[in-house]
Ligand binder design. Structure first.
Ligand code: DGL
Length: 275
C-alpha cells in the first residue's frame, strides 16, 4: 500500500526503532517525528505525555496519511497506547509488548530486569506486560533519570555516563538478572556503558528489532505491506531545532536521515509526497 508508516518518539530514541524498521522493511516509506521541542517525556506527568502522543499520532494520520502508527517510545506507550488504539482507525504498534516478549525469551535463570524512564517504570506497564505473558520470571525494575538527556546531547560514552550508570543500575545488578531490557528507546545508544557496568553475564535486550518484526507481522496480516519492489523513502520531522535534529540524528541513525522538516507542518498546504 502506497502510504507511509508513521513513527514518533520524544526525540532521538525512536531512531533505534526506525533503523530496525528500515533494515527489515526496505520497501516501506517512513515518516518519523522526534518531539524534541517537548522532550523529555519520562519526567512529565503521564496525562501530558498522553496528550502529546495523541497529537503526534493524529498528525501522522491526518497530515502524512500514515497507514500504521509505531509508538517508538516506551513512556508514550505506557501513557497513551490504549487511547491511541481506541481513537485511531489505523493499526497502532507499541514497543512494550515486543520488548517484554524478547526479554522472557532471553533469560535462562528467570531473573530479568527492565530499565526505563521514571514515567515508564512508575506506570507499571512492564510488570503488566510480563504478567500477561504468564512466563515464570522475577522482574526487577530501575528508573534511569538522566540517561535520555545524555543521548539527546549526543554524549553516549565517558566518565559521567559511567558514574551515573553505576549508581542507577545498582538495583538490577543486585537482583542478579541475566537479561536486561532497555525499556526506553534512547538506551540502546548507551549500550556500551550499560553492558560494561552490568558485566558479561547479562544480555542486553532492545525492543527495536522485535518491534520491527511486530510492524512487519501486523502490516502483512492486514495486507498493508508494499509490494511494488521499489525502495522506500524516509522522512524525518522535529518539533525542536531541525538543524540540530538532522546533525545528531544522522550520526545516530545513518545516511537515510539527510533532511529534517519542521513539525507541525504548515496547515492548509499538502505535505509533499503524500498526495
Ligand atoms: N525514548 C522514550 C522512551 O522510550 C522517552 C524518553 C524521554 O523523553 O524521557 O521512554
Amino acid at each position: 500500500m502506497d502510504r507511509p508508516i508513521g513513527m514518533f518518539d520524544s526525540g532521538f530514541g525512536g531512531l533505534t526503532v526506525a533503523r530496525a524498521t528500515i533494515d527489515l522493511l526496505p520497501a516501506e516509506d517512513l515518516i518519523y517525528i522526534g518531539d524534541t521541542g517537548r522532550y523529555p517525556y519520562g519526567s512529565k506527568p503521564l496525562d501530558d505525555v498522553r496528550e502529546y502522543a495523541r497529537e503526534l499520532a493524529r498528525s501522522l494520520v491526518d497530515d502524512y496519511h500514515a497507514k500504521a502508527i509505531v509508538v517508538a517510545c516506551n513512556t508514550a506507550t505506557a501513557a497513551g497506547l490504549d487511547a491511541l488504539r481506541a481513537e485511531l482507525d489505523v493499526p497502532v504498534i507499541d514497543v512494550i509488548a515486543p520488548g517484554a516478549h524478547a526479554l522472557v525469551r532471553t533469560t535462562t535463570t528467570g531473573r530479568v530486569g527492565v530499565i526505563g524512564t521514571v514515567g515508564t517504570v512508575s506506570s507499571g506497564a512492564y510488570v503488566r506486560a510480563i504478567a500477561a505473558g504468564g512466563a515464570p520470571v522475577t522482574l526487577s525494575s530501575a528508573a534511569c533519570p538522566g540517561f535520555v538527556e545524555f543521548v539527546e546531547r549526543g554524549q553516549t560514552v565517558g566518565d559521567e555516563v559511567t558514574v551515573l550508570a553505576e549508581r542507577l543500575l545498582a538495583p538490577v545488578r543486585e537482583a542478579d538478572v541475566d537479561a536486561l531490557l532497555l525499556g526506553c528507546t534512547h538506551y540502546p545508544f548507551l549500550a556500551r556503558t550499560i553492558s560494561d557496568v552490568m558485566g558479561q553475564g547479562v544480555t542486553l535486550v532492545s525492543s527495536a528489532d522485535e518491534t520491527a518484526f511486530a510492524v512487519q507481522h501486523q502490516l502483512a496480516e492486514l495486507g498493508l505491506l508494499r509490494s511494488d519492489g521499489r525502495r522506500g523513502t524516509h522522512r524525518f520531522a522535529s518539533s525542536g531545532d531541525i538543524d540540530a535534529f538532522r546533525e545528531l540524528g544522522r550520526q545516530l541513525l545513518g545516511p537515510e536521515l539527510d533532511e529534517t522538516e519542521p513539525w507541525p507542518p504548515a496547515r492548509g498546504c499538502s505535505v509533499p509526497g503524500t498526495d
